[in-house]
Every structure is written in structure tokens, then in C-alpha cells.
Design a protein around this ligand. Structure first.
Ligand SMILES: [Zn+2]
Length: 131
């Protein structure tokens, strides 16, 4: 499976061809990335893999990115700012960064995963040759 295989209906061969020829080189436009970010609440996404506890305006939990002997909750997620941050190992960023780190994906694959989850199409145009 290709990390950036397109989210399009069609045969496996078509998908492979399309991903190899065009898809990986394309840029995802910033408006789409913004919409994907807004459609994926970081607290919900992280909460799927991590037990989060409400702490004031934020949520906290055990950081999955470093070994912690005392198992202190140094990992914070801000619903308001839509970012996460670990005060111990310094891991942090947006929901995209979380998926990249947690699922070991590159930016494009992480974006695709979040787009799929939100039902957002990443690429509007398809080559007419496929029709
Ligand atoms: Zn950490």
C-alpha cells in the first residue's frame, strides 16, 4: 500500500497508477488543510488513543512519546488552541502533528487519514484519461 494512495473509488491498479503518477507530487491546498483541521477536534482524535482527563480548560494524560517512570501526566491537550504539548519531552503540535507522530505517518498520509475521517475530499480534480 502506498502511503499517499488516493482516496478514490476504482480498481487497485488505477489507484496505484494514479498515486504513482500524480498524487504524491501534488500539494494539498491550504484551505483544505484548514478545513480538515477544523473538522477534526484534537481532543477527540487524541482521546481515541489516549486516556485524557479534564484539567481546567485543557485535558491531560500520559505522554505516549517518552518513557516516564513516575507516570506523571505531563501531556496536555488544549481544546481551545487545538494543540497538544508534553512538558516533559517537548512533543507537541497540531492534530496533524499528532497523527504523524502517533501513527508514524508523513504529513500527506496524516492529512489523508484526517480527511477520510471527516469525509473531506483531498483532491477535486481527476485526470480525464481515467474516465
Ligand atoms: Zn512526552
Amino acid at each position: 500500500m502506498f502511503a499517499c494512495a488516493p482516496n478514490l473509488a476504482g480498481s487497485a491498479a488505477r489507484e496505484t497508477w494514479w498515486s504513482q503518477t500524480n498524487m504524491c507530487k501534488r500539494m494539498i491546498d491550504s484551505d483544505t488543510i484548514k478545513a480538515i483541521g477544523e473538522a477534526n477536534d484534537i481532543v477527540k482524535i487524541i482521546g481515541q488513543s489516549l486516556k485524557l482527563e479534564r484539567s481546567g480548560n485543557n485535558y491531560k494524560g500520559l505522554c505516549p512519546f517518552h518513557e516516564s517512570e513516575d507516570r506523571a501526566a505531563t501531556f496536555y491537550v488544549s481544546s481551545q488552541r487545538q494543540v497538544f504539548h508534553c512538558f516533559d519531552c517537548g512533543a507537541g503540535g497540531s492534530v496533524f502533528r499528532w497523527v504523524m507522530m502517533h501513527d508514524d505517518l508523513d504529513f500527506e498520509a496524516a492529512t489523508r487519514k484526517l480527511a477520510d475521517r471527516a469525509g473531506i475530499a483531498l483532491w477535486k480534480a481527476r485526470p480525464t484519461a481515467l474516465g
